[in-house]
Design a protein around this ligand. Sequence first.
Ligand SMILES: Cc1cc2nc3c(=O)[nH]c(=O)nc-3n(C[C@H](O)[C@H](O)[C@H](O)COP(=O)(O)O)c2cc1C
Length: 306
Amino acid sequence: MSNVDLSVNLAGVTLKNPVVVASGTFGFGREYGQFYDLSELGGICAKGLTLHRREGNPPPRIAETPMGILNSVGLQNPGVDAFLEEELPFLRQYDLKVIANISGNTPEEYGIMCEKLSAAGVDLIEVNISCPNVKAGGLAYGTRPELAAEVTRVAKAHAGRTPVMVKLSPNVTDITEIARAVEEAGADALSLINTLRGMRIDVNTRRPILKMNTGGLSGPAVLPVAVRMVWEVAQAVKLPILGMGGVSKAEDAAQLMLAGASAVAVGTALFADPYAPIRVRDGLEELCRRQGLSAVSRLTGGVKPW
Ligand SMILES: Cc1cc2nc3c(=O)[nH]c(=O)nc-3n(C[C@H](O)[C@H](O)[C@H](O)COP(=O)(O)O)c2cc1C
């Protein structure tokens, strides 16, 4: 049987395969680059950037949960300028798309970062309006349609020709409301889902495990929520979707694609298996071959709802 075409299109950007790594779970690729050639990946959503460097939240900031983890890392990063000077040139050695993930305290900060990143030629900008672990630049924008739209408009106005993908929060009653607002404001793509707010308590000390008390839940536990939300959003808007949340094997990725995603990101699964994205890619190819599909993009939106 002939080879399966693994390439996909995300907002005009061609990924040579549909598997990227999720922001905050792969750093800037240096550590994982010791395990394999980063050119194996379709792309990298780099660690979340802010205008100035951030130390992040105090530890403990990771806690295990049944089939997942809670994190309250809080956007620890070296700042956008250090990314452009040190990390982007490193990533440019490889044949993969570079997706810069940004968070701001104000719409203006998102604008400044978009200008810098676009001028430096990143392939896509992922606008994070959904981090549950920081007061500003996070959830506040992602849970109110008018604020989500404002950030999107400012990002688009400053991103030049670089496509803007807005990352949605699952911590809302109706995710399609935010998706529509962001589409109307001019976004080129959507990514979803970010983490679900959660909490774990040590019953002996009566202290929350995380120093921030609450954190964001990710990993296999959130996959069904992600599939449902991608499915809902795909019906509500015309924008291409980068689907994520709990993907650890090809079948998980295929579910997100059938629900409507054009590409998928692997995050928390990397902590158990650094090779997870490569397994997912190879497994998707095998699944397509088994199902007689000539291209992996044929999965997108293929669910047959009852
Ligand atoms: C430790 C950790 C750090 C994260 N940092 C970011 C971040 O900086 N920006 C962002 O948009 N999402 C961040 N996320 C969310 C992931 O990119 C992803 O949306 C979420 O974890 C769901 O995917 P998963 O279940 O495959 O991990 C982070 C997740 C984890 C676990």
